[in-house]
Structure formats: structure tokens, C-alpha cells
Design a protein around this ligand. Structure first.
Ligand SMILES: [Zn+2]
Length: 294
């Protein structure tokens, strides 16, 4: 494993589809207010931009796109992208455009989204990243959707499901449109599947436990040889160090805030936007003229 979580900030890289490692970048956007709910629901948005939005007008905790997972707020702090329910949610902006036709994010946004959802689900940072009400069709139906009377707003709020902005009561937006959740969940499940290690099927949580234990053993064998890479290995090393030497150890985690990450190689866009009734109508008429209504 290749990451640590320090005061709610993910530092390092997260495993994504096909064993790829996705870097986590930091774009801190305070002030931070502790989320009132301990087990938030995952809520997905789209930026309605081509590129990454370094400074979100309405910050979410995370943004995925341009081949990176961007973290704008620590895991314990609420976002500010919906009207009434920020305290109930952990929110992700997906770089891309919502569609009324079934869609999946583009190749520079999908792997970071999958890697982040897998971590959030596995570590319990959200109630679930893998369930939707089965009776809801993938395409948004019974339009208009960008209105507070939309049927999905009240049917299951709030239960253990993945939500889109379109399904949050008290809002007038329809992102992320007809995002293909079943296809997305199946890619996340692949990342979460137990892996064979030395003839045993082990989950990622078990693998991290083994690495943590190895880190403790490494301290006992060679206390001056701290692992350079963040991850459970180094966390185990530092844990053993604290136990055996009773030192105060690391600076208090509350003092930690990551510095802003460089954006070299990333396409950047100005303000994100959450599409409302007008955009829904435009998209509808575009879809109609092309003869695709699904
Ligand atoms: Zn939104």
C-alpha cells in the first residue's frame, strides 16, 4: 500500500483499476467545518468543464479528473456543494459533463473516481460506494429532474445508497445525470476483490494489516531505518517506535495541512457548475434531435 491518512488528508497513491496507482493531489480549500454526521452518504457531481477546477466555487471534499484524485478538504470536514445536506454527505466532483443518455466518465476521470470510491467504501468513510435503489432505471426518467419535486428526491432519502446531486432534497440540479452506476460499481468491485497472496485469498484490509505488522518488526530489527514511502509499513514502524521509546513522537496531527500540489501536465478549467433546469432542457432537445432518447 502506498498511502497514509494524516488528519483526514490522504497522502500518497491509491490503487485503481488494472493495478494502476492513482496519485492524490491536494488543493486545500478551507475553512473546514467538522461534518455533523459520522457515516456520510456518498454524493457525486459533475464539474461541467473539460479540465480540472483548481479552486472550486462550491468546494467538495474531492474532485477526480486529469488522472488525479484531488482532495480539497479533509475527510472529516463537510463540503459545500449542495443547499441543505452538506453535513450528510461526502461529495466528489467528476471532471466531465452530465448526460441524459447513459454515460461513464472519460478515461482521465474514471480510474481516479474508481480508486477513490474503493477506498471510501473499504475504510468506511462513506456508508456505501456500491449500492443504488434497484428499482431506479439507470437513465433519468420521468423528467424534468432538476426540480425539487423530482420523484427520486424523496423516495429513499436517506438510506444506505450512493446519491447524485439530482437526488438530494432541496436542490435544483440534475448532475450526474444518467451516470451508469451498475457499470461503475462493477469496476469498483474488481478493485476491492480479494487477491491471491502466497496461496491465500486476502482482502486489502488484511494486506495492510500484514504490512503494518512488518513495519513494527522492521523497527525492532533496525530502528534507524524508517521506510521512506508513506503507507501501513511506515505507520507500523512509527507505531512500534512510539510504544518502545515513549517519545512524544510525531507532531500532533491537527497541525497537518498539506501544501498545494503542482498542476503541471493538468488541463485546468474555470468555475465548475451544477447544471439546472435550463441545461436539462437544452440537453433534452439536443438528445431529441439526434434521435436518442435513452
Ligand atoms: Zn452538483
Amino acid at each position: 500500500m502506498t498511502y497514509e491518512i494524516i488528519n483526514g488528508w490522504i497522502v500518497g497513491k491509491l490503487p485503481g483499476p488494472n493495478g494502476d496507482l492513482i496519485p492524490v493531489k491536494h488543493f486545500p480549500q478551507g475553512p473546514y467545518e467538522r461534518r455533523q454526521r459520522n457515516n456520510p452518504l456518498l454524493c457525486l457531481h459533475t464539474t461541467e468543464t473539460d479540465g480540472y477546477v483548481e479552486d472550486l466555487r462550491f468546494p467538495t471534499e474531492f474532485q477526480v479528473g486529469e488522472d488525479v484524485i484531488g482532495q480539497h478538504r479533509p475527510l472529516w470536514a463537510r463540503g459545500a456543494a449542495v443547499d441543505e445536506h452538506d453535513h450528510d454527505l461526502l461529495q466528489i466532483e467528476i471532471v466531465g459533463f452530465s448526460k441524459l443518455d447513459r454515460w461513464l466518465p472519460k478515461p482521465s476521470s474514471l480510474p481516479p473516481l474508481v480508486a477513490l470510491m474503493a477506498l471510501l467504501h473499504r475504510r468506511g468513510f462513506v456508508v456505501t460506494a456500491l449500492r443504488r435503489p434497484t428499482r431506479w432505471p439507470v437513465p433519468l426518467d420521468r423528467l424534468p429532474a432538476a426540480v425539487d419535486t423530482y420523484y427520486r428526491r424523496l423516495e429513499v432519502w436517506d438510506h444506505a445508497f450512493v446519491y447524485g446531486h439530482v437526488e438530494i432534497p432541496g436542490d435544483e440540479h440534475w448532475d450526474p445525470g444518467s451516470l451508469d452506476h451498475p457499470a461503475l460499481f462493477s469496476i469498483v468491485r474488481d478493485v476491492l476483490a480479494p487477491k491471491e497472496v502466497d496461496g491465500e485469498m486476502l482482502s486489502d484490509n488484511q494486506l495492510e494489516g500484514i504490512q503494518f505488522a512488518n513495519g513494527m518488526r522492521r523497527y525492532l530489527d533496525s530502528p534507524d531505518n524508517e521506510p521512506a514511502e508513506p503507507g501501513p509499513h511506515r505507520q507500523g514502524f512509527r507505531f512500534a517506535e512510539r510504544i518502545t521509546t515513549h517519545i512524544e513522537g510525531e507532531p500532533p496531527p491537527a497541525a497537518f495541512e498539506p501544501s498545494r500540489s503542482p498542476t503541471e501536465g493538468m488541463q485546468l478549467s474555470p468555475d465548475e457548475k451544477h447544471p439546472g433546469r435550463e441545461e436539462e432542457e437544452e440537453t433534452q432537445s439536443r438528445g431529441g434531435s439526434e434521435g436518442s432518447s435513452d
